[in-house]
Write a new protein. Sequence first.
Length: 187
Amino acid sequence: MSTCIEVKDLTKSFNGRTVVDKITFHIEKGEVFGLLGHNGAGKSTIIDLLLGLKKPDDGSGTIFGLEPAANRKAVFERVGVQLQSSNYQNNIRVDELCEEMSALYEKPENYHRLLRFFSLEKFEKSQVNKLSGGERQRLSVALALINNPEIVFLDELTTGLDTAARREVWGHLKELNMKRKYRKTQR
């Protein structure tokens, strides 16, 4: 196996409070990795540090051997991200948002397929701000997959989802992963 994510002594403080304290780990290709902890434990901060969205006080984190802040485009071509909360332009429609996101990548996934996959096709012409919390959350997962990523960061994935929707999203992600594995073996 090869290492996809390498974290060494990563440290971050805010207003004198250390929220990430010399954390070290690595993630191998094909591995599913979860950061668990109570609210305020630093899980989202670790993701922000790994993506280069925040600068660490000490230590380092690399993705595919690249320092994300210095190699943003190369990293984001290969990484999908669903952040804890997402804000979108006022009055933007679902299809417009998907088209904007698709335009950022060289080989995007067909967003119509992703919307169908997450039972969002009927909302394609709807404004994002008119969607329910669960529908917006499913949309954020679809957007995280639009670049057909090798690594996906899912931060607070089930926030805003009822029990049935949680099971549905996990099932969709599992099914999507199986389809991707199958497609790779057919090449």
